[in-house]
Write a protein that binds this ligand. Structure first.
Ligand SMILES: Nc1ncnc2c1ncn2[C@@H]1O[C@H](COP(=O)(O)OP(=O)(O)OP(=O)(O)O)[C@@H](O)[C@H]1O
Ligand SMILES: [Mg+2]
Length: 293
């Protein structure tokens, strides 16, 4: 299957699926499909890492298989496990059947519980495999990923090696809370996502909140950009810009003055110390928007 025919095709189809990519993102999406290489997306929270994988699936009509990583994620949750309960019942029911026969029986397909990595490898329909927040998993999980990422196969000792019938489009995301192993990095294309420029962010926000007038959308994005320059605990992401736009619509606000900003700042900044800092700094500086009181 060809995922995308060119970077322009990737850009157009991602847009069609509601994702507004920059040129590096469209290029990487095209290459990942053309070279059948996994993409590793790094960047701060809320810049569209997870959404890109979902959008590739929507844009191409593929199904999304998601492995959410967390501390303690193990092989049994990521790859497969045997259905012990069912195996036990079969052993009990076997009576005096020869053990070899029972053994072969209970380590067969019928007793296998497949988890996302194996599911994605075995699917015959087009599949996007999202391995989300891979930096949250323990380092050992990367060992499991290597076989999947480089050979698109999984080895199950009792059943043999399962090779992908059709290679999935693989997306890994990371907030870079720790460095990933060289071996994993080497196998991936890299994409760094960051906060978009004001034009693209305005476009993203108005696409998701069409009721928002262009003028106030641009104002909002400008204030958010200023907030990101402050040294905050948690800088506002695109998701916060969108939430803020929805808030302004709900409140029937049509001008983003200082009073409205401070009254609704809780939508954008989630730490009270960040809000205090923002109120102080935005008022100190009149550069947010001419005419601020
Ligand atoms: N390029 C884009 N086009 C359209 N919407 C976008 C884009 N980038 C981000 N968004 C919006 O921002 C929201 C947050 O994005 P997403 O959940 O993908 O962030 P993330 O980078 O995975 O963050 P985290 O690291 O917290 O998981 C999405 O639900 C989407 O609405
Ligand atoms: Mg995410």
């Amino acid at each position: 299957m060809t995922w995308f025919t060119s970077p322009d095709d990737a850009a157009a189809r991602l847009r069609g699926a509601g994702y507004l990519p920059d040129s590096a993102t469209a290029l990487t999406a095209f290459l990942a499909g053309a070279l059948e290489k996994p993409v590793l997306i790094e960047g701060p929270a809320g810049v569209g890492k997870t959404e890109l994988a979902k959008s590739v699936a929507r844009a191409t009509g593929a199904d999304l298989v998601r492995l959410q990583c967390y501390e303690g994620l193990d092989e049994a949750r990521a790859l497969y496990e045997w259905n012990y309960k069912k195996q036990l019942l079969r052993i009990q029911a076997a009576g005096d059947q020869a053990w070899e026969e029972t053994h072969d029986d209970i380590f067969s397909e019928e007793f296998l519980l497949t988890r996302p990595l194996l599911t994605a490898i075995r699917r015959e329909e087009p599949t996007v495999l999202l391995i989300d927040e891979v930096d949250k998993a323990d380092v050992e999980v990367e060992g499991l990923l290597l076989e999947v990422l480089s050979d698109f196969q999984v080895t199950i000792p009792e059943l043999g090696t399962v090779t992908a019938a059709r290679r999935p489009f693989v997306v890994l995301t990371s907030n870079a809370t720790r460095e990933l192993s060289e071996a994993v990095k080497r196998r991936c294309l890299h994409l760094h996502l960051d906060y978009p420029d004001p034009e693209r962010e305005t476009e993203i926000v108005t696409a998701q909140v069409p009721e928002l007038e262009d003028g106030i959308g641009a104002q909002l994005v400008e204030v958010v950009a200023r907030l990101r320059e402050l040294d905050l605990k948690k800088a506002p992401s695109i998701a916060e810009s969108v939430d803020w736009a929805r808030t302004l619509i709900a409140l029937h606000v049509d001008d983003l003055d200082a009073e409205t900003i401070s009254a609704t700042l809780g939508v954008v900044l989630k730490h009270s110390s960040d809000r205090e800092r923002a109120v102080k700094e935005l008022r100190l500086s009149r550069a947010v928007r001419p005419g601020l009181p």
